[in-house]
Design a protein around this ligand. Structure first.
Ligand code: NAP
Length: 253
C-alpha cells in the first residue's frame, strides 16, 4: 500500500523547484495531486507527466497572495476530489535584496503578500475544509531564514519567521481536531528561485552559499520532498507544530 493512496494533496508553487519535487513524490505515493501556481507554459506538460504516475492530477491557476483566488482554488479541489487531505503551502518568492532603509514599500509588501499573507490565505481556507472533514495535514514552507537572519532580505526573513509562528499557533488551535500542522525549514536548495541570483555571473556567491552548509553543498529538491512525505503521512502521527530543518547542518553552527 502506498503512503498517500487516494489522498488529495494540494501543493502551491508546485510547477517548479521544491513544490514540483513534492508533487511528483506525492503522486508516486498514490496521491491525487492538485498543483496551484501562477499561469505558466509549463503547466500542461507537468500535469501530463504527473498523470502518467496517477491520472488524477489537476492544475489550478491561482495567485496565493489573493484571498479570493485561494478560496476558489480550494473549492475547485473539493469539487474535483471531494476532500482535502494534505496541503503543502510552498509558493514563495525571494524578493529584491536591499537594506531596510533602502527598501521600497512595494518590495516589502510584495514579499509579505506572497510569502506570509499567502500562507494565511491558504491555511484559512484549508482549515475550514479540514475542520468539516475532521482531519487533515498542513505543511508550510518556511526556511532556515525563519530561524536566523541574513542581511539584505528583511522582508523574506520576516515572512519566514512569521510562517513558523503561524504554524505553531494553528497547531495549538487544531491539536485536538486530528489536524496536524508543521513547517519545513530548508537550507539553500538548488532551484530556479536560487538560480535567479544568476550564478554564471556570480560564481563566488554560489561557492559562498555552499560554504555556509557544514555538509559543504547545496541541498536538492528531492531531499525536501522526502521530509514533506514524512510530515504528510502517519509516519509523523504524533508530530504537530514543529519545524523540520533540512539544511545540511546550517542551523547547528
Ligand atoms: P521556485 O523554484 O521559484 O518555485 C516557486 C513556485 O512558486 C514557482 O512556480 C512560482 O511561480 C510560484 N509562485 C510564485 N509566486 C506565486 C504566487 N503569488 N502564487 C502562486 N504561486 C507562486 O522556488 P523554490 O526554491 O522551489 O521555493 C519554494 C519554497 O521554498 C519557497 O517558499 C521558498 O521561499 C522556500 N525555500 C527555498 C529555498 C531555496 O534555497 N530554494 C530555501 C528555503 C526555503 P513563478 O516561477 O511563475 O514565479
Amino acid at each position: 500500500m502506498k503512503k498517500l493512496e487516494n489522498k488529495t494533496v494540494f501543493i502551491t508553487g508546485g510547477l517548479s523547484g521544491i513544490g514540483k519535487a513534492c508533487a511528483f513524490a506525492a503522486a508516486n505515493e498514490g496521491a491525487n495531486v492538485a498543483i496551484v501556481d501562477l499561469k505558466s507554459d509549463e503547466s500542461s506538460k507537468i500535469i501530463e507527466e504527473l498523470k502518467q504516475i496517477n491520472p488524477k492530477a489537476i492544475f489550478i491557476e491561482c495567485d496565493v497572495s489573493d484571498f479570493n483566488q485561494v478560496q476558489v482554488a480550494i473549492q475547485k479541489v473539493i469539487s474535483t476530489f471531494s476532500s482535502l487531505d494534505v496541503a503543502l503551502n510552498n509558493a514563495g518568492i525571494g524578493g529584491k535584496p536591499s537594506k531596510i532603509g533602502d527598501m521600497t514599500e512595494e518590495a516589502w509588501l510584495k514579499v509579505i503578500g506572497v510569502n506570509l499573507n499567502g500562507i494565511f490565505n491558504c491555511m484559512k481556507h484549508e482549515l475550514e475544509q479540514m475542520s468539516k472533514q475532521g482531519k487533515g495535514v498542513i505543511i508550510n514552507m518556511s526556511s532556515i531564514l525563519g530561524k536566523v537572519a541574513i542581511a539584505g532580505s528583511s522582508h523574506y526573513v520576516a515572512a519566514k519567521h512569521g510562517i513558523i509562528g503561524l504554524t505553531q499557533s494553528a497547531a495549538l488551535e487544531y491539536a485536538t481536531d486530528s489536524i496536524r500542522i508543521n513547517a519545513i525549514c530548508p537550507g539553500f536548495i538548488d532551484t530556479p528561485l536560487l538560480n535567479k541570483l544568476d550564478f554564471s555571473k556570480h560564481k563566488d556567491i554560489k561557492q559562498h552559499l555552499i560554504n555556509l552548509h557544514p555538509m559543504n553543498r547545496l541541498g536538492n529538491s528531492e531531499e525536501i520532498a522526502s521530509g514533506f512525505i514524512f510530515l504528510a503521512t502517519d509516519d509523523s502521527s504524533f508530530i504537530t507544530g514543529t519545524s523540520l530543518d533540512i539544511d545540511g547542518g546550517y542551523l547547528i553552527q
